[in-house]
Design a protein around this ligand. Structure first.
Ligand code: ZN
Length: 342
């Protein structure tokens, strides 16, 4: 069983070997705790400056990251490793227990809570713990997401546009290691308070990604998340061995796409019943039909056709059949040549 920790300051993050902890964050309004799962591995083959931190369960209803990171907690062997790996499979533990995007304890979305607050509600305190105690432990940060109930994505690793060229090139190279069909450069302006925002701002190599969706467990998504992290560990010399190909032999080259402007995130113009007519990941041209919004109050009338505003790859689409006015209906991301970032 994990070692119960009441005082995070008491964890020896340099202790050789593999150690499983539960960090107890007291609840805000009742007696009890959120028990944050934490595994720290210090390899027995020497230190490294390229240590890796990996999160799953930042959103509680996204499962590929929770499963992949939990399996890594069990599988990684410190005897075969150099450097340090820090694994947190359920960052918003209360949201994970509730199958919820946000924590039911304080209504806070962990991926909007950064940099956190030392004396805030529980999600802010956990974010503050990550910012002050966990981020200093590594140079590479991985945060594994899925679409939850909101969006469907082609499986992708992702990162933000980064002004520093060297940081961007290293980040893009790390994102490629997940061997996902798409690597997605997404807009920083779509939200604030992200775990990845905070890590990037500290200059870390920071990779996110969407590895499934719909509150299911994608077999492919788990494989890309798990094997992708192993590839990152190999890339930085923490594990020995060659980078492994994750997609089947003969798979097309990884497509780099970018949607770094808000006008590429197209809102639903009105409530309706959504009938997509293209698949995730396909390329569309300007004017192509993406889908139809149906209004059953006038079932003899035509549907509202939603057509592509510009050419691109469908990098996200609303998941449910019932989008509301203003929700993002789809994202058309533009193709980018790898030479632009690496
Ligand atoms: Zn998420």
């Amino acid at each position: 069983m994990p070692i119960l920790i009441h005082n995070p300051g008491s964890i020896d993050f340099a202790k050789p070997g593999k150690h499983h902890y539960q960090v107890a964050f007291h609840l805000d309004g009742t007696w009890g705790y959120s028990l944050l799962p934490l595994t720290v591995i210090n390899g027995r083959r020497g230190a490294s400056a390229e240590n890796v931190i990996c999160f799953g369960g930042t959103h509680g209803n996204e499962y590929e990251g929770q499963i992949a990171v939990k399996r890594l907690c069990a599988d990684l062997d410190p005897g075969a490793m150099a450097g340090r790996v820090v694994l947190i499979p359920q960052l918003s533990e209360s949201a994970c227990n509730a199958n919820s995007r946000v924590s039911p304890l304080d209504g806070v979305n962990m991926n909007r809570a950064f940099p956190g607050k030392a004396h805030g509600s529980i999600s802010y305190r956990i974010a503050h713990f990550v910012k002050t105690r966990i981020f200093p432990l590594g140079r590479v940060v991985i945060d594994i997401h899925s679409g939850g109930k909101e969006g469907a994505f082609p499986i992708c690793a992702s990162f933000h546009p980064i002004p520093d060229r060297a940081q961007q090139a290293e980040t893009a190279a790390a994102a490629r290691l997940f061997d996902t069909p798409f690597v997605f450069i997404y807009a920083s302006s779509i939200a604030s308070g992200l775990l990845t925002d905070e890590a990037e701002a500290e200059g870390k190599v920071t990779v996110g990604g969407e590895f499934g969706g719909g509150e299911t467990t994608s077999r492919k998504g788990v494989r890309h998340a798990y094997e992708g992290v192993l590839n990152v560990l190999r890339h930085y010399g923490l594990l020995e061995g060659e980078i492994s190909k994750i997609r089947p032999a003969g798979a097309p080259p990884q497509q780099l796409v970018k949607a770094d402007r808000l006008d590429q995130y197209v809102p639903c113009p009105r409530d309706g019943i959504w009938e997509p007519v293209v698949d995730l990941g396909v390329a569309v041209n300007e004017g192509d039909l993406i889908g139809r919004l149906h209004d059953f109050s006038d079932h003899g009338g035509p549907a509202l056709e939603i057509r592509a505003r510009r050419a691109g790859f469908i990098a996200m689409m609303h998941l449910s059949a019932r989008p509301s006015k203003g929700q993002t209906l789809y994202v058309a991301a533009e193709a980018v040549d790898w030479s632009a970032v690496i």
